[in-house]
Design a protein around this ligand. Structure first.
Ligand code: TRP
Length: 454
């Protein structure tokens, strides 16, 4: 099964890009990017993010996809095959989807709840200031919707009908992009949007700190599904004649472009409906607070709102399905039990761990793991995106730069095309990324221990 020759390959040139982009585009773009941009100073976050995406993001994604295509193996096998001592990196990578899936599903539950909201005619109520807070601070409601989302994900994985979902999402995704552009244009043309636009687009360098970089890097990993082995697995299904470098660029540009559009409909929306002074305080709630206000002021807005959340649900499901499959396959490699039983066990585990994040906004809101105003969901998010993923990325760079050497990756890339950005790739992987990642990890640990504010 793990042999190169027996892997079924993506069909056609565009198959790989579509599958990888399907995994990349999800709640990371729509829900996470806008609230981070709002929280970390708008324009300066955007600038740092874009620079990182085209340099570091490019280098890491190229490395991962090439590792997968070269070995024909998914993450746990790929590192081991190239160097026995590095099998541990496969295990650390594997812990990331296990942490992400439960809280991703909690947010997926919120999306599902909002579909119900719009289809039961509560669009105006949803635009009220306390609607979202009133919802997530309850005990059972959020658990119910979270449970529904996990169940849908689990049923699809259990019955192996991912192909059907992929087919549906292939035409749903473009509609989501177009609808988002339309909503963004609507928001930007409202009176009062300019303060939000300025905040979002013009960098304010006084707001720059190492935290900006850490937040942007964590978001980059999350949004592009990097530093968790996923792209290695996708690479293992990529044909040797598909242009690797071009595919990486396409995924990267598409993912970033969509995140920018999501930010464009949400960040200026805050300025229009509640004032820029509220921009940096919302956190994970932002999308769910702002968009209902936008829809409530739009012609046919409630209908559009309902449609929008359905499309978002599909984008979230393609991601959660791929996350759950990854988690199942991690255990499948280790435990000799049937796949279906594993799906059941992973579902129960996901539900149990996700309960913490869900309850963290209600009965467990007194637990503020990262300081006042933070939640258990923020904590899981921080551990995966700001701690484990930077560590995985650091080791991946060291592995590629100094153990197997960058030439191994360059050679793999050159099987399918010239490697235009080779110099950038080498410098990033060998020098800039490792040094930068170490600096950021140290400063983030010091910051979170309250020892220093760097
Ligand atoms: N990138 C996805 C998003 O933006 C989230 C995600 C993280 C993901 N890791 C993943 C999706 C692994 C599929 C597989 O929403």
């Amino acid at each position: 099964m793990e042999e190169q020759s027996s892997r079924s390959k993506f069909s056609g040139k565009i198959g790989f890009v579509l599958a990888a982009a399907g995994s990349a585009v999800g709640l990371g773009n729509l829900w996470r990017f806008p609230y981070l941009a709002a929280k970390y100073g708008g324009g300066i976050f955007l600038l740092v993010y874009i620079i990182l995406a085209v340099t570091f993001g490019f280098a890491l994604m190229t490395a991962e996809v090439a590792l997968g295509r070269k070995t024909g193996l998914s993450v746990s096998g790929a590192f081991k095959k190239l160097n026995k001592k590095w099998a541990f990196l496969g295990y650390i990578s594997a812990s990331v989807p296990i942490i992400i899936l439960p809280y991703y599903s909690v947010i997926g539950g919120w999306v599902t709840k909002y579909i119900e909201t719009y289809f039961t005619g509560q669009g105006t109520a949803a635009a009220g200031a306390d609607y979202f807070g009133g919802f997530i601070s309850q005990t059972w409601q959020p658990i119910f919707w979270f449970g529904i989302f996990v169940l849908i994900t689990a049923l699809i994985v259990f019955f192996g009908v991912e192909k059907g979902i992929e087919r549906v999402s292939k035409f749903m995704m473009p509609i989501l992009v177009i609808l988002s552009i339309g909503i963004a244009i609507f928001v930007i043309t409202r009176p009062g949007s300019s303060a939000g636009l300025k905040y979002y687009l013009i960098p304010d360098f006084s707001k720059f700190s190492s935290t900006t970089i850490l937040a942007a890097i964590g978001q980059l990993f999350y949004s592009m599904s990097l530093a968790m082995g996923i792209m290695i697995t996708y690479g293992s299904y990529m044909k040797k004649d598909v242009d690797l470098e071009k595919s990486v660029h396409q995924i990267e540009y598409f993912d970033t472009g969509f995140a920018l559009i999501a930010g464009l409909m949400i960040v200026p929306g805050v300025a229009v409906y509640s004032g820029v002074e509220n921009l940096d305080s919302s956190g994970p709630a932002l999308m769910f607070q702002v968009l209902p206000q936008v829809f409530d002021n739009m012609p046919m807005g409630h209908l559009i709102g309902g449609l929008f959340f359905i499309l978002v649900l599909f984008a979230a499901l393609t991601s959660s399905i791929s996350l759950m499959e990854t988690v199942v396959s991690i255990f499948q490699d280790k435990l000799k039990i049937s796949r279906r039983l594993l799906v059941v066990l992973v579902t129960i585990g996901t539900f149990a761990i996700g309960l913490l994040s869900s309850l963290g906004f209600g009965p467990l809101s007194f637990i503020e793991p990262l300081g006042a105003g933070t939640s258990l969901l923020d904590f899981f998010d921080f551990i995966s995106n700001s701690v484990i993923m930077p560590i995985v990325a650091l080791f991946t760079c060291i592995f590629v730069g100094y153990v197997i050497k960058t030439k191994a990756i360059s050679d793999e890339v050159k099987i399918s095309s010239k490697f235009h950005w080779e110099k950038l790739f080498v410098v990033m992987v060998k020098y800039i990324a490792p040094i930068g990642l170490v600096a950021i990890l140290i400063s983030s640990v010091l910051n979170s221990l309250g020892i220093a504010k760097i």
